[in-house]
Design a protein around this ligand. Structure first.
Ligand code: SF4
Length: 333
């Protein structure tokens, strides 16, 4: 049986971030009230571990929520020290963290190696410099490539996160970004649609009519295409869309609590249309798919099933344990 993987997130918002990314409402905010103290990390891990059967599992501690390598060195080391001890004791097996590409340099990499960090997630967002500039990111695409190369050369795995619908970006531009990310050979990616968050510079642009967010449909269709491109290149898509907890902060944009399910449904809709002969004279159809994909094949709110019902009287969807990935088998009855 495959080893189960658990990620234990510890959110360490960056304190008083000096940047002004247009989509973010965190800059300048001192988040010490919400960041756990370093010495609280073991109890957070223990609490998470008590929620699942961790026997034989691979457990990773993930410092998320900000630019980890941008926080003060002393505090960084205090967090990493706690994580390192947990790893030494075998309570966790790996450490990952998220940061900005311009917060990676030889000194920081040496620190990450010293504390046994195995994966770094970089917010690339776009590989188009004009989009990065228009989004106030404060780094270039060359810095994304440079940071990725330095981390990989040190033996640290890299995940590159990208965002769609940024000011000045287009679906074609996002697809180019995906290809440039793939060329850097990351372990994985995360795809986030840009949302207008309360208190962000983008909210003002939106109120002034200077920014139009993607519609939900546009964002879903693009995320599905990007996800297919990454999968074809064997770059794992770790997440699509923001965590539902962000809902209260969203002013406008392609927000949906089940965004990733909508994307999965769209991908299977495309796959079904490729595979199924809609002109077939048979009135019933049996679709066999990988067991975990039965709901996604039926579609979000059964949307794919409803579409097919325009062509077939009976549509049955079966789990086939011999099928994996995007495999489908269709019988006409
Ligand atoms: S998204 Fe940009 S502004 Fe927001 S915390 Fe990260 S670096 Fe700072």
């Amino acid at each position: 049986m495959a080893t189960r993987h658990y990620n234990i997130p510890v959110f360490v918002p960056e304190e008083g971030c000096p940047h002004r990314c247009i989509f973010c409402n965190q800059f300048g905010i001192t988040c010490t009230a919400t960041a756990p103290l370093p010495e609280e990390v073991p109890s957070i891990v223990a609490e998470w571990r008590s929620r699942f059967n961790s026997e034989g599992s691979h457990i990773e501690l993930a410092f998320f929520g900000g630019s980890f390598t941008g926080i003060g060195t002393g505090k960084q080391e205090a967090y990493l020290d706690q994580a390192y001890k947990l790893k030494q004791e075998g309570i966790i097996h790996a450490i990952r963290l998220s940061t900005r590409p311009d917060y990676i340099d030889p000194e920081r990499i040496e620190r990450l190696l010293r504390y046994g960090v195995s994966t770094v997630e970089l917010g690339a967002q776009s590989m188009d410099d004009s989009v990065l500039r228009a989004s106030g990111r404060g780094h270039t695409s060359a810095q994304v490539a440079h940071a990725t190369g330095m981390l990989q050369a040190a033996g640290i795995g890299v995940v590159l996160q990208m965002m769609t619908g940024l000011p000045g970006d287009t679906p074609e531009g996002a697809i180019r970004t995906a290809h440039e990310i793939i060329a850097l050979r990351p372990e994985g990616t995360r795809i986030y649609p840009c949302l207008v968050m309360k208190g962000s510079p983008l909210e003002q642009r939106y109120d002034e009519g200077k920014y139009t967010p993607q519609s939900l449909e546009e964002a879903v269709v693009l995320a599905a295409t990007l996800s297919e491109i990454f999968e074809e290149s064997e770059v794992k898509v770790l997440r699509i869309g923001l965590h539902p907890s962000a809902a209260g902060e969203v002013v406008a944009g392609p927000w949906h609590p089940s965004f990733s399910e909508l994307v999965a449904s769209e991908k299977w809709s495309r796959r079904l249309l490729q595979e199924i002969n809609l002109e077939n004279p048979h009135r019933s159809i049996a679709i066999y798919c990988p067991p975990k994909q039965v709901n996604a094949v039926a579609g979000f709110n059964a949307s794919n099933r409803k579409r097919l019902s325009g062509y077939f009287d009976q549509i049955r969807i079966y789990a086939d344990p011999y099928l994996t990935g995007r495999m489908l088998h269709v019988d006409y009855l």
